[in-house]
Design a protein around this ligand. Structure first.
Ligand SMILES: Cc1cc2nc3c(=O)[nH]c(=O)nc-3n(C[C@H](O)[C@H](O)[C@H](O)COP(=O)(O)OP(=O)(O)OC[C@H]3O[C@@H](n4cnc5c(N)ncnc54)[C@H](O)[C@@H]3O)c2cc1C
Length: 428
């Protein structure tokens, strides 16, 4: 029975309005139009955004524009990227620009365009408590119940992590890559000062290039892997990012599945080849001006500890496969990866939710979380089960496929058919 309160009641509430939950909202809207069922999303950002602090000029997507919020499942959906291009008048200009990969700023605009056409997307609401009681879930912000629902979908994404070796440095000398744009005006008085970027992933690459473009001439880029590894974008590597492969993963034992997913990492968790080429060429161009490379690449450097020298510079102590090295920099940019954001379940719900040995939510193949109470009311979690569902769960490649699987499970019928039969790879 649903309690009588003033708090609005929805069939499903999604926490977070990033691409994952927007895809769900888009398919919910078209699949259930006229049914009276409603979905609401709550996001702490003041408006539509997608890693907006990392939108440096010129940054590109890592995935094809066809991998939008809806097209892999429903290409006739009004919120397809193609419809965005046509209805906003940019189809011809964008096509003729011949991008290999879409500018990330364009994707952010597309998300904002789509969000504006979806009902019940609430911005500026940080959900800090989720409870469960008679009639379903209640989400709260600042002590106020914002909504109640039968089902819940967690889509709260990830946040940057700073490893212990880099923690505790003075804030004016060391900061995360997300803060680089806002810090530039206060750090660019001396463009020849030694700068360091720690983290060999895409965010580290983009921070390094941003420093170069801002005029810095002495940048060291440190990565832990043996070389600055680019994504394997070959056809069979891309076959990992399709429903046929997801199905194969679900046939494996949990232990094998985990090992397979870890070994598939180079297909996704690496640098975009075009971006790496761009950095290499920009460094070469700058070398022609300066007679030396402004960017030094330092692979196989594990920063194991840090300190501050007498001049206030940051000291980076690195372990290579053979020896210890030490470097100093006036400022360091930390780009050492991201981790899942904690779900703000209240104590009662937290106790009822099953977790894995890593402390992560236990998530089934339909993206539902195992919990005591799950029979009537379901909790789904998106982007939190990479080691169980594969690399597609941690990126945008199969957003609509994942949203379709969630809706099919939520309504107990095939609302969307997930089709992927023409696959030349036999995954076993
Ligand atoms: C810079 C960058 C570029 C990337 N580029 C690509 C790419 O090109 N292709 C690809 O496949 N993958 C890419 N990824 C990886 C992945 O696609 C993204 O992380 C993607 O944003 C995941 O979508 P999401 O909706 O799960 O999470 P997010 O986009 O992180 O969205 C989560 C949302 O939840 C909100 N939120 C969090 N906590 C709360 C709360 N308590 N209450 C209310 N709201 C909350 C946040 O404000 C945020 O808007 C990229 C990642 C990064 C960091």
């Amino acid at each position: 029975m649903i309690e009588e309160t003033d708090t609005p009641y929805y069939h499903v509430v999604g926490v977070g309005a990033g691409p994952a939950n927007l895809s769900l909202a888009a398919l919910f809207q078209s699949g259930l139009s006229g049914s009276g069922e409603q979905l609401a999303l709550f996001d702490k950002q003041p408006g539509p955004s997608w890693h907006n602090q990392l939108l440096h000029p010129g940054v590109r997507m890592q995935t094809s524009w066809l991998k939008d919020l809806v097209s892999m499942v429903d290409p006739t959906h009004p919120l397809s990227f193609a419809n965005y291009l046509v209805t906003t008048g940019r189809m011809y200009a964008l096509m003729n620009a011949q991008f290999d990969f879409m500018p990330r700023k364009e994707y952010v605009r597309y998300l904002a365009w789509a969000a504006a056409q979806l009902p019940n997307i609430n911005y500026g609401v940080a959900v800090d408590k989720i409870s469960f009681g008679e009639g379903g879930f209640t989400v709260y912000s600042d002590g106020v119940a914002k909504a109640r629902s039968e089902h819940l979908v967690i889509g709260i994404g990830s946040a940057p992590v700073v490893p212990p070796a880099l923690a505790g440095l003075p804030d004016d000398r060391a900061f995360i890559a997300d803060e680089l744009t806002q810090r530039l005006p206060s750090i660019n008085a001396d463009l020849d000062a030694p700068m360091a970027v720690v983290g060999g992933g895409q965010t580290g690459l983009e921070a390094t290039l941003t420093l170069l473009n801002a005029g810095f001439t002495n940048i060291k880029w440190f990565g832990r892997r043996l070389w600055f590894e680019t994504i394997d974008d070959s056809p069979t590597a891309n076959d990992v990012y399709r429903p046929a492969h997801l199905r194969a993963l679900q046939r494996m034992s949990p232990v094998t599945r985990r090992q397979v997913i870890e070994r598939l990492n180079p297909t996704g968790d690496a640098l975009t080849p075009g971006a790496m080429r761009g950095l290499y060429q920009a460094n070469y161009d700058a070398m022609l001006e300066l007679d030396r490379f402004p960017i030094g690449l330092y692979p196989a450097r594990d920063v194991v500890s840090t300190g501050i020298d007498d001049d206030g510079n940051v000291v980076l102590r690195c372990q290579t496969p053979e020896k210890r090295e030490e470097y100093t920099a006036k400022h360091i940019v930390i780009a050492t990866g991201r981790a899942n954001v904690d779900v703000p379940f209240d104590d009662d719900l937290r106790e009822r939710v099953e977790t894995t040995e890593d402390g992560e939510l236990a998530i089934d193949s339909d993206y539902s979380v195992r919990w005591k109470g799950m029979n009537g009311n379901k909790i789904f979690a998106l982007n939190r089960a990479r080691l169980n569902h594969g690399l597609t769960d941690a990126n945008l490649t199969l957003l609509p496929v994942r949203a379709a699987a969630v809706l099919n499970s939520m309504f107990g019928r095939e609302m969307y058919h997930i089709q992927d039969d023409l696959c030349p790879v036999n995954w076993g």
